[in-house]
Design a protein around this ligand. Structure first.
Ligand code: UDP
Ligand code: MG
Length: 318
């Protein structure tokens, strides 16, 4: 068998509606490519027929490999499972299953990979999504850029090509709350953006609920930034400084004019203010403690139900 140059990782959660189109597009891309490919179809605990469709295509065409997770683990972990099983020598393409990202770009990405880039990440020129979502994304990416400890490119999603050594490094990163585009940027080496038009989802509904989206956004901020906790410390110092000035000012008024009221309002205000500050601080500390907790539990990232490789079902490989 020819060695595999590129692995294509596709996470799938209830995608039976796009499945056939997806397979057609991917097959065409593989037939035309000058390099050899495998496709890893990750079933992220779908409750429709996605798993059966995966098994069928894997038995028919051995370039397809199925990785069936035991339940829904979420997009980031589904992709992580794909990265763990990708066998390609040169690199891995990560792509959504709903065809919002054109798989045909693999040719351009592969060229850049051969030119020595380790990470080729796609930048969305425009988005065909609701106004509210666009606004939220744009605000989020800009906030993240301002406060991250290092540079995570704006408007780039998970759609990207990663070199073998980047994938190996990411596979060795044990963090539980995974934010792949942050981890990818963290690894370093030569990285380059590639602008493209993001299409609309070809069929079916979005599988990212607002709550999943919020979780992703939180991981992006808290996993890659110390800013929130540093901000709280600074706020604490400022508050102390302010109260000191306030105290000196009141002493001055008392001595010079003797007009300081027997303040009830001030007391209440102070109590509210400081309770607020404390609550925020506790919440933020909790954020980090939660992450420590998740990490020290050290669970495996995902659980595999079944692997279909080279047209055969395997319970365990590797
Ligand atoms: N996905 C997944 N597990 C999930 C949610 C989504 O594997 O829990 C997959 C989904 O099937 C798709 C990709 O991740 O291939 C991106 O999801 P989606 O298109 O729903 O997200 P959006 O583009 O709306 O942000
Ligand atoms: Mg989508």
């Amino acid at each position: 068998m020819r060695p595999i140059d590129i692995s294509i990782v596709v996470p799938l959660y209830n995608e039976e509606a796009v499945f056939d189109t997806l397979i057609q597009r991917l097959t065409k891309v593989m037939d035309q490519a000058k390099f050899s490919c495998e496709v890893l179809l990750i079933n992220d605990g779908s409750i429709d027929k996605t798993d059966q469709l995966i098994e069928k295509i894997c038995e028919k065409d051995t370039r397809f490999m199925g990785v069936l997770l035991s339940r829904n683990h979420g997009h980031q972990l589904a992709v992580s499972a794909g990265l763990a099983y990708a066998r390609a020598k040169q690199g891995v393409l990560i792509i959504d299953g709903d065809l919002q990202d054109p798989p045909e770009l693999i040719v351009d990405f592969h060229e850049l990979l051969l030119k020595g880039y380790d990470v080729i990440y796609a930048i969305r020129k425009n988005r065909k999504e609701s106004f509210l979502k666009k606004l939220a994304y744009s605000a989020y990416y800009r906030l993240q850029k301002r406060i991250s400890s290092f540079n995570i490119p704006i408007d780039s999603g998970d759609f990207s090509m990663l070199s073998r050594r980047v994938v190996d490094t990411m596979n060795d990163m044990p963090e539980q709350s995974r934010y792949l585009r942050g981890m990818r940027a963290w690894v370093g080496f030569k990285q380059i953006g590639f602008e493209y038009d993001r299409d609309e989802r070809q069929a079916g509904e979005t599988k990212y609920s607002w709550s999943k989206l919020f979780e992703l956004a939180f991981n992006g901020i808290f996993n890659f930034s110390d800013f929130p906790i540093k901000f709280i410390t600074r706020l604490g110092f400022l508050t102390v400084l302010f109260s000191f000035i306030y105290f000196v000012y009141n002493v001055y008024r008392k001595i010079m004019y003797n007009d300081v009221p027997q303040g009830f309002t001030a007391t209440i205000l102070a109590i509210i203010l400081f309770s607020g500050v404390q609550l925020i601080s506790l919440g933020l500390i909790g954020e980090y403690v939660l992450r420590i907790y998740n990490q020290v539990r050290n669970r495996p990232l995902f659980v595999i139900d079944k692997i279909i490789q080279d047209g055969k079902v395997k319970e365990e490989i590797k």
